[in-house]
Design a protein around this ligand. Structure first.
Ligand SMILES: [Zn+2]
Length: 455
């Protein structure tokens, strides 16, 4: 069957408050089922799981989502219709029954079922007070969904009926988002994260081919079309959570966003080590074709020298993803998306692979920026140093993710100087002062020096 879109939920979540219609829908849909005289009534419940296909479920490093076994549909939206009367919505539920236990991802028991049902799972979830929803694109705002025909003859009264979604980009996205919302502390605000299976920018104006991933003011864009590199964005849990992190940060400072500049000249970093005879200033790295319409520099990688405004925003988003898939208090790993071989060791040997040590506990050097051999450090940073800094800071007593969100907000990143501004207006100064205002100035200072982000 094809999926239906109930009108109360085919709306754009916007802002940090729940749209009244969505809240009302979640209550109003909990209606009593009509009983049918003479038919045997049954009371099943529906437990959702997602088949997934991640390229970065690598089996080493990360603590969660380390393989492509089915993932629990934490808080997934389930609507139940009578097959005989498809227009009649019998009930709408968030499958939020104990996501940390054996009954994970289940609706409540639904009483009074007498005939075959269409059970529709929407790519929308309510987890720990926050929402994630996967739309096809920002214009149509159709929620992705999948329908299942279930016959009460197939199960006993009181049965738990498994509903398993098939492999699709939107279920990859939703499963990663569900898990991120379950893992990452977000009690600073009420978050709704709209995702779109839609590229971030137009790569080819003639064909309207869209590519890339980003968080914009209206949601998270995840490229769901197979790109020519084979580096499918929707197959990377880390990218999905990273972009969700950007969106959360945006909401955390009242949707004001952050001033960023990704155009710092590349200087002898990342993958231009091979030729020492090049003048690093005269020959910056070639432009990244994937960024052609939004900027002409490729200095937006884990270990490229960037303006601090870019490095800290990206490092903070990396940290969000690291938190989602790694156990706090332990080591931290993930597989970086880039198929090139970055030089994590800074030994000018490009064979370090894609597995990234995000805690920095097992890989030298820390303070990557400061250990580069060329180029400025003032108002510069690397995403890698910031990721490790946040991971270290987040382990400290009294420091949780919500506190970091409040520091981000207090630093007013929308108003800081994105590139080589006056020292008082630079991102580092703003963040450091906000941390001091939050009472963690001394631990901030010591870790910032240790990881070399204090520039
Ligand atoms: Zn990013």
């Amino acid at each position: 069957m094809s999926a239906r879109h109930p009108s109360p939920l085919s709306r754009r979540p916007a802002g940090r408050r729940p749209p009244p219609s969505l809240v009302l829908a979640s209550l109003a849909l909990l209606v009593a089922f009509p009983s049918v005289a003479g038919a045997t009534e049954k009371s099943p419940r529906f437990c959702v799981s997602h088949q997934v296909d991640y390229a970065d479920a690598i089996g080493i490093g990360d603590d969660f989502f380390t393989d492509n076994s089915n993932k629990t549909g934490i808080g997934a939206l389930v609507n139940v219709f009578e097959e005989a009367d498809p227009g009649d919505l019998l009930g709408g539920f968030y499958a939020s029954d104990g996501f940390d236990g054996g009954t994970a991802g289940c609706t409540p028991f639904v009483s009074g079922i007498t005939g075959p049902l269409d059970v529709v799972v929407y790519a929308s979830a309510y987890v720990r007070g926050n929402f994630a929803t996967v739309f096809d694109d920002p214009d149509s705002l159709d929620i992705h969904a999948e329908g299942f025909l279930v016959d009460p003859d197939d199960w006993a009264d009181g049965a738990t009926v498994p509903i398993t979604t098939t492999i699709q980009p939107h279920w990859n996205i939703l499963a990663a988002a569900e898990w991120a919302l379950a893992q990452v502390d977000l009690d600073y605000g009420f978050y709704q994260i709209p995702f779109y299976t839609y590229g971030c920018y137009v790569l080819d104006p003639d064909t309207d081919e869209r590519r890339g991933n980003c968080a914009k003011s209206d949601g998270v864009y995840i490229d769901a079309d197979p790109p020519d590199t084979g580096n499918y964005s929707f197959r990377r849990k880390y990218i999905i959570a990273h972009e969700a992190g950007h969106y959360v940060h945006q909401i955390a400072n009242g949707a004001a966003g952050a001033a960023t500049d990704y155009s710092a000249p590349l200087v002898r970093c990342f993958n231009d080590w091979e030729d020492e005879t090049k003048d690093p200033y005269a020959e910056p790295m070639a432009a990244d074709p994937h960024l052609a319409s939004e900027g002409d520099h490729g200095n937006h990688e884990m270990n490229t020298r960037e303006y601090q405004s870019a490095a800290v925003g990206e490092g903070f988003a990396h940290y969000f993803a690291a938190l989602a898939f790694n156990e706090i208090g332990q080591d931290c790993w993930f597989e970086y998306y880039n198929p090139l071989n970055p030089d994590w060791q800074l030994d000018r040997v490009l064979t370090d692979g894609r597995t990234l040590d995000c805690a920095g506990s097992a890989t030298a050097p820390l303070a990557y920026l400061e250990n580069m051999r060329y180029g400025p450090v003032e108002d510069r940073g690397t995403e890698l140093d910031w990721l490790r800094f946040f991971w270290s800071l987040g382990q400290q007593p009294g420091v949780d993710h919500s506190l970091l969100l409040s520091i981000w907000d207090a630093a007013e990143p929308d108003g800081w100087a994105p590139a080589d501004g006056a020292p008082a207006d630079r991102p580092y100064t703003r963040l450091r002062n906000a941390a001091a205002g939050a009472g963690i100035g001394s631990v901030w200072d010591s870790l910032a020096a240790y990881h070399g982000v204090d520039h």
